[in-house]
Structures are given as C-alpha cells and as structure tokens.
Design a protein around this ligand. Structure first.
Ligand code: GDP
Ligand code: MG
Length: 780
C-alpha cells in the first residue's frame, strides 16, 4: 500500500521510495529508505501535509509525496526504547590527544602561527548557533557567502586569536540540492578549512550521523561534538564515547552547548587535529559481506577509476566516488572524466544496481545507514521516551490539533503584534525618541551658544536629527518584534506554523515556510526580507521577497490613521482593516500571476523536521537582538543618513542654490512639479502630495509630516476622493529605501528596481480604479 493510505497512529515498513531527483534524494537523506519503519503521527489541520515519525524524530511530508512511497503495514514496535544499559569497556583510542596512543606518531604540524580555520557543520537544530556563540563570545562578524545570500558568520575562538570558526548553514546531507547544502559543501571543498567541527545531536544520533558519514569522506581533519548530552543523560541514555571514537576514527567530545560543558575540551581537540592535520582514520564504511558486497565493489572500483582525476581537481577521492555513484553532476563536471571513463562509471553503477536490487541513491543511503546502525548498536544506549518529546507531543496536541491549531495561531500572532506594536514597542520607542530629542536639544543649545551658521544648524537639526532620528526611533520596535519572533522560532513553534499553513500557501505556489517572512512583513519589510534566508529554495525565497511588500507595514499606519480620521472618521477601523485585506488580496493575485510567469514550477517538497519544543537560550536571544540592532544602526547611519541629507538639501534650496523662504520654490517642488503629470490621472497631481509621496520613499511616516507642513491651510483641501486614492496609493506603492536596500542585498540591483517599478504601477492602477469608482458613484 501507499504511505498516504496509512491511518494516524499506525506504523508501517517502507518498501520502495518512488519519485525522482531532488525530492527523492531529500527523502533518502532524511532517512526515509526501504526497510525503515515509519509511524504516521497526524495530519495537519487542513489534511495536508502529514507528520511522520522516522528513526526517532518527527518529519513532515506532503500527502502527494507520500503517494510515491510504498509501505507494508503492521510492523511491530517501530522503536525499542529503554534497553537496559549494559556495561561495556573499550580502550580509549585517544584520537586527537597529544602524543599518547597516537597512531601517527609525531604527526605533521602546521607551521607555528598559521591561521587555523574551522567549519562548523551540522543538522538544523543541532545546537550550532548555541555552540558558535559559546566558542566565539562576541568576537564575531556577520556577512554573506560570496555569490549567495545565505548568512555567513565568522569569529575567532575566545582565547585563541589565530583561529577562525565559520558557522555554516544547517544541512542534512552533502547533496547539491538546496543552496545551503551547496554552500556548506563548497566551503569545505574549496576553502579547505583546517578542520571540521561536526555537531551531532546526541538525542537523535542516527539521523545526525548521516551527515557525519559524508563529512568523513571529505578527508579533512575533523572532530565530532556530541551535543545535548544533558538531555540524553537526563532521560537515561548513554553513549560509549571510546567505542564511537574507534568506529568513526575521529575524536568525539560529549558536550552540552547550552550549559557550556565540554566546550573547552572540544576546543583543545579541534585545535589539535587542525594543527597536526590529523585526517579521519576511516572513510570506508562499506563491507564486502554487506548485501553481497555490491556497493562495496562499486565504491572501490569508482575510487580507483577517478583517483588521478580527483587529485588533479583537488577533490577528496572517496567523497567524489560516493557522489558520482549518487549521480552528482557538479562533481562529474569538476572531475573532467573522458568518454571512456564515463562509460565505465555507468557500467559500474548499473552493475551495482542490478546486484543490490536498489537504485544508486537508495543503495548509497542504505549503506550509510547500515554502518550507522552498527555504530548505534555498539555505542548508544537509547534513552527511554524522553521527557522533552512527551512534553512536545502534549503541546502539539493543541498547537497542531485539528480544531485548535488555527485559532491558536491567530491568537499567538495577535498577541505578538499587540505586545510589539501597542504595548512594549511604543513604550520603548517613546523612551528612545525622548532620548534622541534631548540629545537634539543639547546640540541645538550648543550650536546656539557657538553661534553656528544657520544653514549648518538647519542641516544638523532639521536634516540629520529629524531624518535619521525618526528612523532610529524605530529601532526599539524592530528589536522587540525580533525578540518575539526569535522566541517563537527557537522554541520550535514556527516549524509548526509552517506545517499547519502549508496547504494554504501551496495554493499560491509557495510552501509553508514562506509564512514566516510574510508575518514579519506586517511589522516591517526589512526584517521580513532578511528572514527569507531560511527558505530552502531559491525560487521560494525570491517569490516570497517579492510578495512581502504587499503586507502593509507598520510605518504606513500613521498615514492611514491621519487620513481616515480627517476624512472618514465614522468608518475608521473598517477602512483600515479593508486596506490591510486589500494589500493581502493584491499580494495573492500577484503571486498567482508569478506562478504562471516568472516563477513557474512547484514549491520545494515540504520535508521538514519538527524539533522538540525547547526553551530558547537567553544567550542566543540576546546575541540575535544585538546583531539585528547593529545591522539596523549600520543602515541608519549609511543609506538613510545620506538620503536624508539629500532631501533636506532639495527642499531647502532653489535651483540657484539659494536658501528658499517658501518650499514651493525649492528644487524639490521643482522636481515634484516635473513628476506631477504622471500622478494627475489618479488625482494626486498636486505638487505637495507628490512631494510627500516622494519623501515617503525615504520613510513612510514622513508622508504625514510633509503633508502637514506643506498644506498650511489643512489637508481638508484635497477632498475625500483624493484622500481615498492617496490611501490606496500609499498602501501599494514602493516600499521605503531601507526595504529596497535590503531587497537589493538579497536579490541584486535589478530586482530592486523591478520592485520599485512594479509596486508603483500597481499602486497607480489601484488609485485609478478607486478614482473611477468614486467618480461613477459621484456622477450617479
Ligand atoms: P542550530 O539550528 O543548529 O543553530 O541550533 P540552535 O543553536 O538554534 O539550538 C536549537 C535548540 O537547541 C535551542 O533551543 C537551544 O537552546 C537548544 N540547545 C542547544 N544546545 C543544547 C544542549 O546542549 N542541550 C539542550 N538541552 N538544548 C540545547
Ligand atoms: Mg541556528
């Protein structure tokens, strides 16, 4: 039968995994391979996707994808928790330990003073960020990987100046299917770090070791950091570290990143293997007696076949051989095999498939999991059903329950926005703003005392303090919003939201994960765009970025309330709600168009781990807040400062660079008058409106302040129809410079221009429609 026909709560054994390409490799890499037991935990509230339990962890899968997996029902107990711990004794192999049982004698040390570089590699939620923060403290810098927009964090280890740790994106495998996997693998292949620190979640060893198997093949010095040992021990689990070291051939250090236990030892080992260039003692995990030895023979044959090519290309031989058998095109290109060799490769793989009766990808995944099972059998005493997991199941009964999931989601998001935008945010914002104001007053007094030139004074006070100050006052809002979002994310809730909402988002061609940036977009487009980096596919990421501007950001709220209370005070809340909904609706329409044009194809398969709920570590949260704040400050004092100065100049001077009395004579008014005809058809041709809209490009809030400044007799003069057009236009037109700058950072200059043009055109059409309807109604 098909996996999709399984009833909730029932288990089955996987017989065959269909599908092809990326999707299939993804299944296999997550441990969904023939012979594995799966349990269907539940279906999402809307009936799709499903939550499965495989190899001791929870995984999401769409029903359509589950149809491609054949299972046989009724396999008894899928897991055997709570085996009685038995005593075992293994000699400590002393891998990576100075001198003592050292198998390679004195080693081959790097010259004194060379920079030791470390790559931090591991599954998502294995504790990488926590460990990275422990290792580097505050000596870290954030940037992008060259050519891609995945975040890159580097830092030196505390107390070891000549070290550099790079936090790589969380991955499950070294297949080249998602941009994260590509980044991590290319980092190890091309930047050649001195050593890899592989972080393994001890509560989920089998799945985590799958990546370890592939890392060992990279033939780079490596240490395994066995994390979450506190949780494992707390639930009665145990790992025979010595036996594991012996079986993996690299040092294994048990740690608890949150509690900072074992981290010093990890650092010592890591530095040692890096310094003495101690490669893994073992890369060969296939055996001649396994399933007739088909995989073993194929791997060794391919290794011999490509040995010299791999050396020439600077690639690890064993890794290349595995990847070639898995059908990896990137490696095939790099190796530069000739036609004969390619043909031989094909033959070897075909022969293996025939003998093993599995296709190449499944055979390789199976070989790795076979070895992992041996390791796990020999070294791991599995804990009883863990407290954390039981707790997660209870929480999930509510948060992903059939009838409770959606109401709770709306409730939680409502609460977050309420707290951020009405309670904590404004309070901090007022504090911050009064601080800036006090500073401004101080500067004003100082300049008055020093009788500074009037123009300079105006630049500093009206330009810099007004402009940058008004933007800076948003810092507390952003930090507060990020605080809540990172709490939701770190605790594991966001993964559930994606699970619950996947079906809805699929209708517009996206996957559940895109919900996060969209939600943040209601706060501010800048962090929303930044948060798309967690999305697994480039297509989804780009499409999501282009849709976030339709989620009306908070900076537009002052515009709405100002005009609504001036023109339609009786319907204020209704109109504001309609505006928000109009934004979402337009976004959905645009998404549907994108789906047929720019972004054809399907959203990536929704195969995602649902980690146990955990309390986020305060240190991680603080670190994140500090990073966001720093990022924001950096922007405020670069792009925004310059832009503010330019606008101040344009509205203060005329074309002959004389100071103007009336801003109607300013350069800004001149330019606005030039652009005004374009706005005339939609009823917004007044130069003052144009000016305020243009300045709204700098920061949406300034639309209101500039309107107030320029309409000396009150805005009532523009009339209610124009006000309605203005509202719709403000809702839809280009996001502010800060947002555009972040879009540019993620997608490049051309897309940034595209967003400006597209949003303005849509806004223009929207306003025109409102005006026509208004005129019809007025005429009728
Ligand atoms: P990443 O996705 O690999 O960066 O993982 P994080 O560092 O964000 O950690 C995921 C979750 O695991 C967070 O809630 C951490 O607080 C938690 N965590 C990390 N290390 C440990 C540990 O050693 N023990 C326990 N109990 N929890 C941990
Ligand atoms: Mg992380």
């Amino acid at each position: 039968m098909k996996l999709s026909e399984l009833k909730p709560g029932r288990s089955a054994r996987i017989e065959q995994v269909g599908g092809e390409g990326a999707l299939r490799q993804h299944f296999l890499d997550m441990g969904v391979i023939p012979g594995t037991d799966v349990t269907l935990v539940k279906l999402a509230p809307m009936g799709d996707p499903m939550e499965l339990r495989v190899r001791g962890y929870e995984l999401t899968l769409r029903v359509a994808d589950a149809e491609k997996i054949q299972v046989s029902p009724a396999s008894p107990d899928a897991e055997k928790p709570g085996k009685a711990p038995e005593k075992r004794f293994t000699d400590h192999p002393g891998l990576g330990e100075e001198g003592k049982f050292h198998p390679k004698g004195s080693g081959d040390p790097l010259p004194e003073g060379s920079l030791l570089t470390f790559a931090l590699v591991g599954n998502q939620n294995s504790g990488k960020t926590t460990l990275f923060n422990q290792l580097t403290g505050s000596n870290q810098h954030v940037g992008n990987f060259p050519g891609v927009t995945v975040d890159r964090k580097d830092g030196s280890i505390c107390g070891h100046k000549d070290t550099l740790v790079t936090d790589l994106p969380g991955i499950y495998s070294m297949s080249p299917y998602s941009s994260e996997e590509m980044v991590s693998r290319n980092f190890v292949l091309d930047s050649k770090p001195s050593a890899i620190i592989n972080i393994v979640d001890a509560t989920n060893i089998e799945r985590n070791l799958y990546l370890t198997m592939q890392l060992l093949e990279m033939n780079t010095p490596m240490v395994v950091a066995l994390n979450m040992m506190d949780e494992l021990r707390g639930n009665g689990g145990m790992v025979d570290i010595n036996a594991m070291e012996a079986m993996l051939g690299v040092p294994v250090v048990p740690i608890s990143a949150v509690k900072n236990e074992g981290v010093d030892e990890l650092v010592r080992h890591a530095i040692h293997v890096a310094k003495y260039r101690e490669k893994p003692l073992r890369q060969d995990f296939c055996f001649p007696e396994d399933h007739g030895g088909a995989v073993h023979r194929a791997l060794h044959a391919v290794s011999h076949l490509i040995e010299d090519h791999a050396e020439e290309a600077g690639l690890p031989v064993r890794f290349s051989a595995s990847k070639l058998i898995e059908g990896d095109n990137d490696i095939l290109l790099r190796l530069n095999l000739d036609a004969n060799e390619k043909e031989m490769l094909e033959h070897i793989v075909l022969q293996m498939e025939k003998e093993r009766e599995l296709d190449h990808s499944a055979a390789m995944a199976d070989m790795r999991f076979d070895y992992i099972e041996r390791v796990s059998e020999a070294c791991v005493t599995h804990p009883r059903e863990s407290r954390e997991h039981l707790r997660s199941q209870k929480i999930d009964r509510l948060l992903t329950g059939k009838y409770t999931a959606l109401p709770l989601f709306i409730g939680i998001m409502g609460l977050v926005f309420f707290l951020t935008f009405f309670l904590i945010g404004p309070f901090l914002q007022d504090l911050f703003a009064s601080g800036i104001k006090a500073l401004g007053d101080l500067v004003r007094k100082a300049m008055a005392a020093g009788s500074v030139n009037e123009t300079i004074k105006s630049l500093v006070l009206d330009g810099i303090f007004e402009g940058v100050g008004s933007v800076l006052s948003f810092l507390p809002l952003i930090v507060t919003l990020f605080f809540f979002l990172s709490m939701l994310e770190d605790s594991g809730y966001i993964a559930r939201v994606a699970f619950v909402m996947d079906k809805l988002l699929r209708c517009i061609g996206l996957s559940g994960r895109s919900i996060v940036p969209m939600l943040i977009g209601f706060g501010c487009t800048v962090p929303a765009v930044m948060s798309t980096r967690t999305l697994p596919s480039d297509r989804d990421r780009r499409m999501t970025i282009l849709l976030t501007p339709f989620m009306s950001c908070t900076a537009k709220l002052p515009i709405y309330s100002f005009f609504v209370s001036a023109f339609f005070p009786r319907y204020s809340w209704m109109i504001i709600t309609v505006l928000y909904l109009l934004g979402i609706l337009t976004g959905v329409l645009v998404a549907l168009v994108y789906r047929k044009t720019l972004f054809k194809g399907e959203a990536v398969p929704f195969v995602m781990e649902l980690p146990n709920y955990r309390l986020p570590s305060p240190r991680n949260v603080l670190q994140l807040l500090w990073e966001k704040a720093r990022d924001f400050l950096h922007r405020a004092f670069s792009v925004i400062l310059i832009a503010t100065i330019v606008v101040w100049f344009l509205q203060g001077f005329d074309f002959r660079f004389n100071l103007v009395e009336d801003s109607r004579d300013s350069i800004l008014a001149g330019i606005a008058g030039f652009v005004a005809p374009a706005f005339r058809p939609v009823g917004l041709g007044d130069w003052r409106i144009v000016t305020s809209l243009v300045s709204g490009f700098m920061a949406k809030e300034s639309v209101v302040s500039i309107m107030e400044m320029l309409f000396t007799n009150g805005v009532q003069a523009i009339g209610s129809l124009t006000a309605a057009c203005l509202l719709v236009f403000s809702l839809l037109y280009t996001p502010c410079v800060a947002a555009i700058a972040s879009i540019r950072r993620e997608m490049g200059r051309r897309w940034a221009f595209y967003v400006i043009l597209l949003q303005c055109s849509i806004a223009w059409v929207g306003a025109l429609i409102v005006r026509l309807i208004g005129m019809l109604l007025g005429a009728a």
